[in-house]
Every structure is written in structure tokens, then in C-alpha cells.
Design a protein around this ligand. Structure first.
Ligand SMILES: [Zn+2]
Length: 217
């Protein structure tokens, strides 16, 4: 995904469900969120350090095994072969059955879906298929020992056309606690918890997270 906080904001409940089942989950973040603050007294480097710490804390809260930061500039993600190669390398390293990313087809919902989310989605899809599984893509990775790997499924969060939905009631508090680790993004904690409470009360039926599911034969 693009930014620190994206995993928790988009699908923290689902990640909690996966790790509760004993599945190993790792994050690969393309940026470290260096544009995610209006505070002019904070340097970009200071923000990166803070957001990476917040992301590691949130990941630990959801029992995520490892967090990798690729350190591309926030807000400037482009669909380039270099970034695609890096994602292919991470897929060949972690060798996941399932990859979660953000849906590139969703340009807007209530507001604009951040360009980085869309670009991260398209980069990830193209890295999964066919980049990671075909040894002829990025032969320099093969020379470096990164053998091809075929991902079985991709779930796209924030989906334009959802076809997969999880009830996250059982892990909702874990999700909220993980989102709350991103203090630089949520501001006042009391107000945050108040908003969470109101949203939950407004919700008819269970809290859910939705995805577009892609399966590769
Ligand atoms: Zn984001």
C-alpha cells in the first residue's frame, strides 16, 4: 500500500482476522507519508521518522510480522518499471498466497481517492501478474536469487465494485486501537474515539470491510 496508516484505515479489521487465524501478514509500504502533515514546524525527515514509528506500532497491535518501507516520496507515486520491480522483489521474497492492496478503479467515493492509493493498486496488480510469477520479467531479480512466485489471490480494499465482505465485529476494537497508533494523522484522541463510537452506533448490522477479489488460476 501507499502510506503508513493505509493498511489499518482500509482493512485493519481483515488483517486482524487473518493474524488471529495464525496467518503470517507482512506490510510493504511504498512511501513513508512525508506529506501527511500541515504542521510547518515538522521537517519531512521528522515526519517520516514519526510515521514509520506509528506504522510499526499499529502493525504490532495487529500482530503483523514485518513492515518494509520502500521510501518513495509521498504524493509522487508513479507507475514506473523501477517501483514495479521493487514490488515484484518483495513478492518473490515474502512469497504470499494472498496480496492486499487498494483498488485502482476507485477514483472517487465521498471525496477523491488519493492518487497514491490508485497508483499503488495498479503497480501491485501488475507486479502480481505477470511480473512476480514469470522469470522473464526483471531477469536481474532472478540473477540476484529471487525466484518467481505465483500469488493465488488479490483482495483490493476500498473497492469500486466489491464482491467480498467480512464481518469485523470480533476484531473491531483491535482495528480501532491500531488506527489510533497513527496519532499524527488522527489528531485529538478523545474526539477520535467519540467519532468511532458515533459511527458504530449509526451502523445498522455488523461493522464490515469490503474488497474486490481477484483469483489467479
Ligand atoms: Zn493513504
Amino acid at each position: 500500500m501507499a502510506h503508513p496508516d493505509d493498511p489499518e484505515m482500509f482493512c485493519g479489521g481483515t488483517i486482524a482476522l487473518l493474524t488471529r487465524r495464525g496467518l503470517q501478514v507482512s506490510y510493504v509500504l511504498l512511501t513513508s507519508g512525508d506529506k501527511g502533515s500541515d504542521d510547518r514546524t515538522v521537517t519531512n525527515q521528522g515526519l517520516v521518522q514519526r510515521r514509520e514509528e506509528e506504522q510499526r506500532a499499529a502493525a504490532a497491535r495487529l500482530k503483523v510480522a514485518e513492515v518494509v518501507f520502500l521510501h518513495h516520496p509521498d504524493g509522487e507515486l508513479e507507475d514506473t518499471p523501477n517501483i514495479r520491480r521493487e514490488i515484484v522483489r518483495e513478492i518473490r521474497r515474502f512469497r504470499p498466497e494472498l496480496v492486499l492492496s487498494t483498488d485502482p478503479a476507485r477514483i472517487y467515493a465521498r471525496g477523491v481517492n488519493h492518487r497514491d492509493h490508485r497508483v499503488a493498486g495498479i503497480l501491485t496488480l501488475d507486479a502480481v501478474f505477470p511480473g512476480a510469477r514469470n522469470h522473464r520479467y526483471f531477469p536481474e531479480l532472478l540473477s540476484a536469487g529471487w525466484e518467481p512466485h505465483a500469488v493465488k489471490e488479490v483482495w483490493l480494499a476500498g473497492p469500486h465494485e466489491p464482491d467480498l465482505e467480512f464481518n469485523i465485529d470480533a476484531v473491531y476494537d483491535d482495528r480501532v486501537a491500531a488506527v489510533a497508533c497513527h496519532r499524527s494523522q488522527i489528531g485529538d484522541l478523545d474526539k477520535f474515539y467519540q467519532r468511532v463510537k458515533e459511527n458504530r452506533e449509526k451502523q445498522e448490522g455488523p461493522m464490515t470491510e469490503k474488497f474486490k477479489r481477484l483469483r489467479f488460476g
